[in-house]
Design a protein around this ligand. Structure first.
Ligand code: SF4
Ligand code: SF4
Length: 597
């Protein structure tokens, strides 16, 4: 049987990166055990340039092959603890999953963890889409063996139910942008496929504000609309377990909370909801329990015990899981230390007067304000409310209807939907003349770990890698104002923190300004010096008052959502109060919808 890992190391070879023909098996040539005549690295078919195989039981974990491989294809992980057999492994020298999360009827369970740690694999297993092979990657998974494997454990019942088809699963996929490839239909036809209950369809259309798009095809709508269609289809399906894999992607902040409230309304003793989420404010607001997936990207994943949401998020931020006695990160994430203000932010970069603009049926009204050097302005509000038009007017690129702006400010812009030349490698992208190499080399390249992907083509990058490259590219350019639209999309919590620190340090060093449009409340709280709140009705009328403090702007926004946030005493992070709780009532009474630091 091809079971791996009784040994305390894991060897991973990235099959997409490994190119034996180009390196002539350098790993094999430098491996000390191989040089001593042991098959720590095997080559099964040299004539056909087959990829090497690392025998984990013979490998000493020295890491030489990993350091020498010219394509960064090898990961050697000395795990230090004796893991049991994996629950699932895809193939030899590949990712493996060691434990699964729990699902409980009547509750919402949230899962948090790094990208690439295997959250989606765990979800595929729990939904019955993938039967785990218990580490025997040469065979397909067998449900009877899985049931036997979990004898005496709570989760055994779940797999029995999968076998007996007693579990009806509804699964909101992660990559909603793939929906048009699967269904090129009218939205209403797609929803009709999920249920015959016309009243229910009507209700969901109303709750998710889909009225205007139901007669459009999936190819004709935006990412945020696709996300809401995917959520609608999942909720309409008659099921007892609902999986939501990153439902907040492409949704604006108002929609995120609106759908969170809707999901809370849907939970009952016969249903379980399980969600994977990187927006901590949403995860905190929505989940009854939290489980943490930890491990190493694309190498292995393990799931923590089920914890209360407060405890789970705090331990995740702290980087140490108490009951498991495992450190998952070398550093702890402390929100208080992330907020440092500097004096030069008092110097003004530009000022703008009251501005008005009419574009077709859409009207925009902006109150005058100033933007200071070295400051980051968080921008919140719905999609299609005029945020891009606003920045074009400030820069001088677009003329307001009521005044002239004689600015000649250079803007560096990262759009929500990333547009980079897919044929270029990451390295080629940064060869452009506009790049500030001092900043790129000292503040960006190392901090964002770009070296590892520098030879890869843009088209080969994952969503998170592409986001990092797009942000790095935008802030490496010489400009006066950096407009960064949705930098937190596709990033996990740790990546968001790193990105936030890098953007802050670049903007401070350059003494320029950045406007960050994002829908993740904690990210905006963490990265911003001040906040600009857009209000109104998307595509019809948008308006923004003066740029305010984080506290005042969030207070206003949250009052409109009828939600309150308090501060967690341990991590200093903002925490959503449960609706109707003592704290929620007190804060509403005192008109303090948002407590910040
Ligand atoms: Fe060459 Fe790296 Fe593949 Fe080994 S793993 S054959 S060093 S590309
Ligand atoms: Fe050989 Fe060392 Fe690589 Fe293991 S880590 S395969 S012993 S070179």
């Amino acid at each position: 049987m091809a079971k791996s890992t009784k040994y305390n190391r894991i060897a991973i070879i990235d099959k997409d990166k490994c190119q034996p023909k180009a390196c002539n098996y350098l790993c094999h040539r430098v491996c000390p055990p191989v040089r001593m005549g042991e098959d720590a690295i095997e080559i099964t078919n040299r004539d056909n340039w087959s990829q090497p195989i690392i025998n984990e039981e013979l490998c000493t974990g020295c890491g030489i092959c990993s350091n020498k491989c010219p394509f960064g294809a090898i990961q050697i992980i000395n795990i230090g603890v004796d893991f049991s057999e994996p629950i699932h492994q895809f193939s030899i020298n590949s990712y493996r999953l060691y434990s699964l999360p729990e699902i409980e009827k009547g509750y919402i369970t949230g899962m948090i963890g790094r990208n690439g740690s295997g959250k989606s694999t765990a979800l595929n297993i729990l939904s019955g889409e993938l039967i785990p092979n218990l580490g025997n990657y040469k065979e397909k998974g067998n449900i009877d063996k899985v049931i036997e494997y979990y004898r005496g454990k709570n989760i055994q019942k779940h797999f029995k139910d999968i076998k007996n088809k007693e579990i009806k699963v509804s699964y909101k996929i992660q990559k909603v942008e793939d929906i048009p490839k699967m269904f090129n239909k009218k939205i209403i036809d797609l929803l009709n496929m999920t249920t015959n209950d016309k009243d229910n369809i009507k209700e969901i259309i109303k709750e998710l504000e889909l009225e205007k798009i139901i007669n459009k095809k999936t190819t004709e709508i935006s990412g945020g609309e696709l996300q809401r269609i995917a959520i609608a289809a999942s909720l309409l399906k008659k099921s007892n377990i609902y999986f939501f894999d990153e439902y907040t992607t492409f949704l604006d902040i108002r929609q995120r909370f609106k759908i969170a409230k809707l999901l809370r309304k849907k939970i009952n003793p016969e249903k379980a909801i399980f969600l994977i989420e990187h927006d901590l404010a949403i995860l905190d607001y929505l989940s009854d329990f939290t489980q943490i997936m930890f491990g190493q990207k694309n190498a292995y994943g393990m799931c923590s015990n089920k914890k209360s949401t407060k405890k789970g998020i705090n331990e995740f931020l702290d980087g140490f899981l108490k009951e498991e006695n495992i450190r998952i990160r070398k550093y702890s994430i402390d929100f208080a230390s992330l907020k440092i203000t500097q004096d030069f932010k008092k110097n003004i970069l530009t000022e703008y007067p009251d501005m008005k603009k009419k574009l077709g049926d859409f009207e925009l009204d902006i109150k005058s304000a100033e933007i200071r050097k070295g400051e980051i302005i968080g921008v919140i509000g719905p999609n299609a409310i005029g945020k891009s038009t606003f920045i074009k007017m400030v820069s001088g690129e677009m003329k307001p209807d009521n005044c002239n702006i004689n600015n000649n400010l250079k803007i560096s812009y990262k759009s929500q939907y990333i547009e980079l030349d897919k044929e270029k490698t990451v390295e080629e992208l940064f060869l452009e003349k506009d790049i500030d190499y001092d900043i790129f080399n000292s503040e960006i390249k190392g901090q964002l770990d770009l070296e590892k992907i520098i030879q890869q083509k843009i088209s080969e990058l994952s969503g998170g890698e592409l986001q990092k490259v797009a942000i790095a590219y935008t802030i490496s350019k010489n400009a006066d104002i950096y407009l960064i639209d949705e930098p937190s999309a596709f990033l996990d919590v740790e990546q968001k923190l790193i990105i936030s620190n890098v953007i802050k340090s670049v903007i401070n060093k350059k003494e320029k300004s950045a406007l960050i449009v994002d829908h993740d409340l904690l990210f905006i709280d963490q990265i911003s010096d001040r906040v600009l709140l857009f209000e109104g009705t998307p595509s019809i009328k948008g308006y923004a008052n003066e740029i305010g403090t984080i506290e005042n702007s969030f207070n206003k926004f949250l009052k409109e959502q009828n939600m309150t946030f308090r501060q967690d005493p341990q991590t200093k992070r903002p925490r959503a109060n449960k609706e109707g709780s003592q704290k929620d009532k007190e804060q509403k009474r005192d008109n303090k919808y948002y407590y910040s630091l």
